[in-house]
Design a protein around this ligand. Structure first.
Ligand SMILES: [Zn+2]
Length: 486
């Protein structure tokens, strides 16, 4: 044990296979938690916990709580603060505000345009400042921690009357002031979604100019790149150049090579990213599936791979069905069917499994679900991402060791986002902890039946509070907004 304990711990985990998040080999040991913190790790001997808070893990794994590097959970942490889809996977922190989409700071008079509608309708957007959002998170106290990015589309929609052009100097100054307010009130950085119509007319110059406001406060930059299809290499170059000009570390969101004609091209993108990462901090996030999901879009419609409807406002009865079947039933082509279903969401089976594995195995990749919590028939990544990496890809496929899998969802992620005292089982760190069974952990959510709890996750603690237990014995919610080291 590292040092004598001055008081009896609140919790003791015994007979644990300790996977500390650093990627180093696991070992058998014990962990003590007092208040919000890990107070001892190693061999505790005769030290006992207050009351009966002693858990014998019988050799099961104990790891830092998982950090979901890429989410759209901005609103759901307030609306459904139990956060069951995530905490049941062992997730204790979510990074929100990705893809240029964030709940603050923007409000709408009418319906939010796509992709902002992925977070909800007009009533969901009630935070004119980041401080107001931070306050709502503190009051609501979700079960898991929130690390927040500010989205470029949110800023553009809040400041520009016409978003289908580049921002002028006055608009950049206004967006910059909003970014400054956000960074001063706890945002960890910002994001763009240059692929999306609300963001696409921003050029590299506009992005770099705004990135400088974030750099002033040592924030990070995450981007859903302009092109993940044919021009993916050019988009990587643009992203790195922009981040370098701004002076921010770069995170390439949900890295993929989409579209049948681009399958296999991670053999080009990953070496390129690795070479660029020698000179500038770059990481990527990735979800463990070969299908993506976003709004249903006419420009993404194709018959070269299956496309499933995840929600449709005029045709909710088509949820969970394939576009080709819907088109056939209606006696129209897929383009007409797409038009009739709008507004809608879809799941696109647009990736090659070999590419997914290559990105997962890259030492630069962190695990991020990109789950869409408001979808009626969500992509299974919302409920299954983390157990799928641990069970399917690490244990069954043997893509990497369990310690590496855990590192990609804890230590690496905490380092990239600079999350203070998170992501490691270490004395003095916040007690964000998950106990799971490596031999049985598995995702059960499928494309057909996506709302399914994973199996093999036994206990999840957040800030020292036992917040999820497969036996039902939880104490409550203790999540909060978490900050970046400055
Ligand atoms: Zn995205």
């Amino acid at each position: 044990m590292t040092s004598p304990l001055e008081q009896k711990p609140d919790w003791v985990f015994r007979n644990a296979r300790i996977i500390d998040g650093s990627g180093s080999p696991s070992y058998l040991g014990e962990v003590a938690v007092t208040g919000e913190f890990i107070t001892a790790i190693g061999t505790l001997g005769a030290i006992t916990a207050i009351g009966h808070n002693e858990i014998d893990l019988e050799g099961a794994a104990l790891a830092p709580g998982f950090i979901d590097a890429h989410t759209h959970d901005d609103r759901i942490v307030l609306d459904a603060p139990d956060m069951l889809p995530k905490i049941s996977q062992g997730v204790t922190t979510v990074v929100v505000g990705n893809c240029g989409i964030s709940l603050a700071p923007v409000q709408f008079a009418g319906d939010p345009p796509p992709p902002m509608n992925l977070l909800g309708g007009r009533n969901s957007y009630e935070f004119p400042t980041f401080a107001a959002y931070a306050d709502a998170v503190a009051k609501r106290r979700p079960a898991i921690n929130v690390a927040a990015l500010v989205g470029h589309s949110a800023l553009r929609l809040a400041t520009m009357s016409d978003i289908h052009r580049k921002a002028n100097d006055a608009e950049i100054a206004r967006m910059g002031a909003m970014l400054t307010e956000a960074m001063e009130n706890g945002a960890i950085g910002w994001s763009t979604g240059l692929f999306y119509p609300t963001n696409a007319d921003a050029d590299a110059e506009e992005v770099a100019a705004l990135g400088r406001y974030v750099a002033e406060h040592s924030g990070v930059y995450a981007t859903h790149m302009r092109d993940e299809f044919e021009n993916v290499l050019e988009s990587i170059e643009e992203s790195v150049e922009t981040a370098r000009n701004a002076g921010t570390p770069l995170i390439i969101s949900h890295h993929k090579c989409a579209g049948v004609e681009n399958w296999g091209r991670t053999e080009q993108t990953l070496p390129k990213i690795a070479a660029l990462a020698e000179h500038h901090p770059i990481n990527v996030d990735v979800y463990p599936y070969s299908a993506g999901s976003t709004n249903l879009r006419a420009d993404l419609m194709t018959d070269t791979y299956p496309i499933m409807i995840s929600w449709s406002k005029p045709h909710p009865e088509m949820t969970g069905r394939y576009i080709v079947d819907i088109a056939e039933e209606w006696g129209v082509d897929i383009h007409e069917a797409t038009a009739r279903l709008q507004p809608a969401g879809a799941i696109y089976f647009q990736m090659d499994e070999a590419d997914v594995r290559r990105v997962l195995a890259s030492p630069l990749s962190m695990i991020g679900s990109d789950g869409l919590p408001h979808d009626v028939h969500p992509h299974p990544r919302l409920w299954g991402t983390f157990p799928r990496v641990l069970g399917h890809y690490s244990r069954d496929v043997g893509l990497f060791e369990l310690e590496t899998a855990v590192h990609k969802m804890t230590g690496l992620t905490a380092k990239v986002f600079g999350l203070t005292r998170r992501g490691a089982l270490k004395r003095g760190h916040f007690a964000d902890i998950v106990a799971f069974r490596p031999e049985m952990v598995a995702d059960t959510a499928t494309y057909e039946d996506p709302v399914q709890k994973s199996v093999g996750i036994d206990w999840v603690m957040v800030n020292g509070t036992m917040s999820y237990a497969s036996n039902g014995q939880s104490e409550g919610r203790a999540g909060r907004l978490v900050y970046r080291d400055r």
